[in-house]
Design a protein. Structure first.
Lengths: 176, 261
């Protein structure tokens, strides 16, 4: 019994390698190595590279977008400032122009008023002249007529005289 | 085989021994048809199929399968290869990746129902892997530094008083050419071997107790519970050993690439 166990243990010394296992182990490991090296490792590396690139690309894209946005913002801000300045300038100009126009209009109105006044004066003067002239003519005529009438009658009698005047005036009225 | 032994010894409990690892060929006397050999071949098929399926699309946004495969790959690539080896790491990623997945899968076979045998508990497989690592890290160092400067660097560590070389040179030589490959393979082998033996003890023991008298029957569930607990523990050890083997390989390669060691 103890002999048999001792014999079995000697046969199964676990530190002695078996040729068959050494051969199969080496071939199996070599085969697995070739499969993993040619088929698996390159594919995983490809996936890793693609992933890294995708992430890097995404970051770069985001950075570019951010940069563009910042640029646009600064551009808009500057444009806005510019526009604000422009508006102020336009306002100022308009105010100045308005003042000038008002001044101009006032001057024109004054001038017009002066002109109208002058024209009115001239017209009045002319009318006055005309009236004076026509009055003078009329008075002359009347005086001449009256004188001829008076001369034509006897001028000694007061009553007569007044009658002549009355008649003259009546004639005058009638002739009117 | 175990059941044969049980009946052969008339019901007396035979504790599991190293003989339990000596599995006979499945087909006749062909030594290429043992269970560990089939398991190793199965592991190659499983790992290849899984990772080819996971990496086939190489999509920027991975699906669940690709994510799972990528996580394992990225762990080996970044946490083991890149962090340990440095800027030249990419050359060694395929080897370290193969090493990790191959060892991990074969270790995990130890607790997968129906398979339940860690192929790495057969020392031949750790030997093969240790030889590969041994050859690679020496080849890397010789290519980087040249044969004689490399040997000189190992034998005569700079900055040490001359008499110390009497002690240091043999130790360094032994470290680089014997201890490293030997510890690398034996650590993996012994962990898998001991773990499997431990599971056998508790589960076969529980089974044996169940056949005993009533008092022993009551103890049996505790043995099984312990066996289950140890299975979880084994899972941890299996992952850890795959990690350690790969990490040490990466460290040896890093040492071979470094100017001073």
């Amino acid at each position: 019994m103890s002999l048999r166990i001792a014999a079995a243990e000697a046969a199964a010394n676990p530190l002695i390698p078996h040729t068959a296992e050494l051969v199969v182990g080496a071939i199996a490991f070599g085969l697995l190595f070739m499969v993993l090296r040619s088929k698996v490792v390159p594919m995983f590396e490809k996936a890793f590279t693609a992933r890294t690139e995708a992430i890097q690309g995404g970051i770069e894209k985001a950075e570019r977008a951010q940069r563009e946005a910042a640029e646009a913002l600064s551009q808009y801000t500057s444009q806005l400032t510019e526009a604000r300045g422009e508006a102020q300038k336009i306002c100022e100009e308009a105010r100045t122009q308005g003042a000038a126009i008002i001044e101009d209009l006032r001057a024109k109105a004054q001038e017009e008023a002066g002109r109208i006044t002058a024209a009115a004066h001239a017209s009045i003067e002319a009318e006055r002249q005309q009236a004076i002239t026509s009055l003078r003519n009329e008075v002359g005529t009347l005086a001449t007529e009256l004188a001829s009438k008076i001369v034509g009658e006897a001028l000694d009698d007061q009553v007569r005289q007044s009658r002549i005047v009355d008649r003259f005036l009546e004639d005058l009225e009638k002739s009117k | 085989m175990r059941s044969l032994q049980m009946t052969g010894t008339g019901g007396g409990f035979v504790p599991p021994s190293t003989a339990d690892f000596n599995l006979p060929p499945i087909f006749g006397h062909n030594v290429y048809t043992t269970k560990p050999i089939f398991l190793v071949i199965l592991s190659v098929v499983l790992v290849s199929v899984f990772f080819i399926a996971a990496s086939r699309k190489a999509a920027i946004v991975p699906n669940k399968l690709q994510f799972a495969g990528e996580s394992i790959y990225a762990f080996v690539r970044n946490d083991l290869a890149r962090d340990v080896i440095g800027h030249e790491f990419m050359r060694f990623v395929p080897y370290l990746f193969t090493l990790f997945t191959f060892i991990l899968t074969n270790n995990l076979f130890g607790i997968v129902p129906l398979l339940q045998f860690p192929a790495m508990s057969h020392v031949s497989f750790p030997y093969v892997l240790a030889i590969f690592t041994f050859v690679i890290f020496h080849a890397v160092a010789i290519r980087k530094k040249g044969l004689m400067p490399y040997l000189k660097e190992i034998m005569f560590m700079p900055g040490v008083p001359k008499p110390v070389y009497i002690l240091l040179t043999p130790i360094e030589l032994a470290t680089f050419f014997v201890v490293r490959p030997l510890t690398l393979s034996l650590r993996l082998f012994a962990n898998m071997f001991a773990g499997h033996l431990l599971l056998l003890v508790f589960i076969l023991g529980g089974d044996h107790l169940l056949k005993g008298v009533i008092g022993l029957k009551l103890i049996s569930p505790f043995a099984f519970a312990f066996g289950i607990g140890l299975t979880f523990f084994e899972f941890m050890v299996q992952c850890l050993q795959a990690y350690i083997f790969t990490l040490l390989t990466a460290l040896y390669i890093a040492g071979a690439l470094a100017d001073e060691h």
